[in-house]
Design a protein around this ligand. Sequence first.
Ligand code: HEC
Length: 264
Amino acid sequence: MLRKVTLLAAALVLVAGPAFAASEAKKPADIAFSYEGPFGTYDQAQLQRGYKVYREVCAACHSMNLLAFRNLADRGGPFYDSKYKNANDNPYAKAIAADTQINDLDSETGDAIQRPGTPADRFPNPYPNVIAAKAGNGGIAPPDLSVMAKARSGGPEYIAALLAGYTDPPAGVTLSPGLNYNPYFPGGLIGMAPPLAPDQVTFDDGTKSTVKQQATDVAAFLMWAAEPKLEERKQMGAAVLVFLVLFSGLLYASYRRVWRNESH
Ligand code: HEC
């Protein structure tokens, strides 16, 4: 009996061992993002740079279906300006949207047309459908990035490490066409070719455009996209704590008052 169990355990290790090794990915380095900690806020300049990286590089393949252009000008967003409480009036959101062609229908003839975007439009999808997305990328459709920073373990740190972490495959691993090696990707073989190169995006604020910088900034932007209300949530948390402290004091004082004349 014991021998049988040992044999079974050995067989399991043999079967599961390689599978485990294959899915073991390199751990992403920690990044001190400005929004971390109890009072952290997004760095607006970083979000603007990150948006530019998304728009000029990633948007060629990845949709962000949950985002509309006006969201860029919401409170806490890359182009928020307190002068424009209504994000639809924000000149940046308007200009960025107008720079995009949106598929629509002519309201009189029903013909398919293209028109310049408005802040109310969602980010356009680079592919008309998932079949085209697969066909354009060697059979693997690029996933939507709207909530990617929350969907992957490691979040923005993982995304930044992935984008800047491509290496040659280790000895013994041969890449089939369309696959690339990235030690941060579970399994190592990823369908996405290295998307970033030095100076690929010119940052308007003069920040040096290294691959690492682009990767970190776009990761921060994707974090904002996945959790745009993070700042409000933290502020609310702080306000609730202050309230609780005051309320406990008040309760204690009234307790003392109610039992003032009672002997214990
Ligand atoms: C040429 C097309 C292309 C471009 C440009 C591109 N990607 Fe990708 N990306 C892909 C494909 C295809 C996949 C799916 C890879 C797979 O699952 O093997 C992918 C996957 C991903 C993933 C998911 C990885 C995972 O854990 O599943 C992330 C995150 C990502 N891309 C981020 C980006 C960012 C950020 C940019 C811009 C800097 C970018 N990509 C640019 C094609 C692209």
